[in-house]
Structures are given as C-alpha cells and as structure tokens.
Design a protein around this ligand. Sequence first.
Ligand SMILES: *Cc1c(COP(=O)(O)O)cnc(C)c1O
Length: 394
Amino acid sequence: MNDYMEAAEAHVLHTYNRFPIVLEKGDGVYLYDTDGKKYLDFAAGIAVFGLGYHYPGYDEALKEQIDKVIHTSNLFYHVPLADAAGKLAKASRMSKVFFTNSGTEAIEGAIKAARKYAYLKDGSTDHEIVSMNHSFHGRSVGALSVTGNFHYQEAFRPLMGGVKFADFNDLDSVKAQVNEKTCAVILETVQGEGGIYPAEKSFLEGVKALCEEKDILLILDEIQCGMGRTGSMFAWQEYGVEPDIMTCAKALGCGIPVGAFVLNEKTAAASLVPGDHGTTYGGNPLACAAVSAVLDIFEKAGIQEHVKALTPYLEERLDALVEKYDCLSVRRGKGFMQGLVVTGRSVGEVVNQSLENGLMVISAGSDVLRLVPPLVIEKEHIDEMIEKLEKSLA
Ligand SMILES: *Cc1c(COP(=O)(O)O)cnc(C)c1O
C-alpha cells in the first residue's frame, strides 16, 4: 500500500490528510483494501453509499445506461432526466428539480434561486441570507459563505456578502438576524459536519412560521441527512415542516456524483428562468440513471422503513456504550446518522484504532465520532460494529 500512497502524494494536491489505507473494492457493507483487509463500513463514503456496494439492480441500471449514452448536455431532453426528476419530485412532494454534480453546487443553485425570488419581488439586489453557526454547506465560494465555520472561511475572504449567522436551535437568535432585506434562511435539518445536531421540532416550526410571515424562503440542506438516513425519505418530512428549497446530494446517486436543488411550486414559479443557471454535466444520463435506480430501490426495498425499524436497536446499543465508557459522554442523532461525543481523548485516536480493528468510522466537528452506515445494514452488523468499537475504546 505504501507504494500507492507515495505515488498519490507525488501528484495529488495535498488538501486531505488521508488515512493510510488504499481501498480497492466494496461488497455489501464491507470494504477491502489492496492488502485484502476487510472493513465494516460505518462511514459509507461520508453518507453516500446508502445502498452499500453492488446492491442488486443498481450496477445493472448503470451498465445499461453506459451502453446507451452517458452524456448529452442539457441542450437536449433524455429519458433518465424525465424519470429521475419525476421520481425525486414525487419522493419529496415538491415541484421542480435542478440536477447538479455535487452538494456544494446544489447550495449555489439554492442561493441563486432565493436571490432571484427576492429580486423579482422588489427589484433590489442587496438581499441577505441567514445561516447557522457550526453549519456546513460546501466549499465553493457561495456555499462557503453560508458555512458557519470561520476556520474554513478565513483565508478566502472576501466571500459573498449579505450573510448573517444565527445559533442553531435558537429561534430568537434567528429572529435577531432577520430584517426586511432577508431573502432566505438556510439550515441543515440535522447538522452533520458540525457534530450531528438534529433540529428541534419547535425550532424548525418557528423558523418556518417566521419565513412564512415575512415571505422569506426556507432552504433546508438535506445533503447529508436526506435520502432515508433519518428514517424518512427527507428528514424534514418527520417534522412536518416543508422547505421552499431543498438541497440533496451524497446518497442521491449512492456513489455516482449527483446533487439537486428542489423547489416548491411557489419558488419554482418565481425564480430561475432560462439563462439564469446552467451546468454542462449536471443531471446527465448516467447521473440520472443512478438517481432513478436509487429511488426505485428505496421504494421497492422499503429502505426508510428498514432504517426506522432498526434505529431503536442501534440507539440502545450506542446508549449502552455511552453508559459504560467514561470517554463517551453523549449520543446524538436521528436514524442512521448518529454521533458519540468523545471526551478526554481524541476522536482521531478512536477512529484510527477502529480502522486498525476493521471498522470504518469518521469524525464530525472536533470531538464527535460519526456513524453514518449504509442504510442496508442488519442487526448483525450493528453487533459487529459495537464489538469492534468496544475493542477500539478499550
Ligand atoms: C457534504 C455536504 C455538503 C457539500 O457537498 P459536496 O458534494 O461535498 O459538495 C453540503 N451540505 C451538507 C449538509 C453536507 O453534508
């Protein structure tokens, strides 16, 4: 593996401190490195591989599309586009979809749609967006501007103007940032990178009411918490709070790079029009075939129901760990998006030890062990994870 790592470091720009593992293939909920070592995957490529590796029907759907055409540009219609958009609109019960290649691009589109909506209302161009502290929305300049992490932003200023930050789960702090120039409030329904913080129901309801009262758009970032991860197709569906714009990516294609921003009818009818936004690759036939296959499989296999059914067991086993180990202080999360707060030792150390023991986990924030397994794990995989994690903690 050292040779591969050296070869990569020779020419890959060093923006990641990668784990010293060279991955070769996946099978079900396991990954294998080039030495043949097996890892139980509770990271899923950062909440991407909702269906694990080589889920029946998924590869076949992609291969079938490869044999037809993988790219057309957005100057033409193609069949997978119609399929994927229709299925995503149905799953979200929202109106119009714009496909992107990534999460950060979905956020860019959401920002532009919100600004255009406000521009069409009052003709002015000094609108503001309220975002949350400790949020994460991506690394491009627009998405970075609404990411509530000073450390990520510092060297790249000046960023996009007109962004204000409030505290997550603190309605008064949101109200304090809203004024007549505010065009949108953006938040993750469950904060991911910031440390796995689910929104409180009263907070989300309060933000929604505030937005409705002032005709401000509510943008919910479901890039990590969406696509069945919390036990509903989209996390907001459990709260009964509908966004005006939703962003998704990560598990949307379950491994094929694809994201989307999805608009409700009100926003779609009065925002972006031809000429306002575009992408060469976004929503190409291969990406849309993936989205289409994923949404079919979710429905047929009852993926959300599976997550819902198994969540109490996962939470019970994790709670028992928190009880047992002094270095674990709190469990937070929803469904298969769980975080354990590590105290008195570094999360990195626990992650490294877990890798050593054949368990793939990642961190979130500065002190949270993040568990975002494929949504198709079974009880036995939870048991195996607990066993390996206990060994690592010990
Ligand atoms: C990962 C993530 C993004 C950025 O997605 P990329 O595909 O990495 O650009 C944005 N928002 C949230 C909540 C995420 O978890």
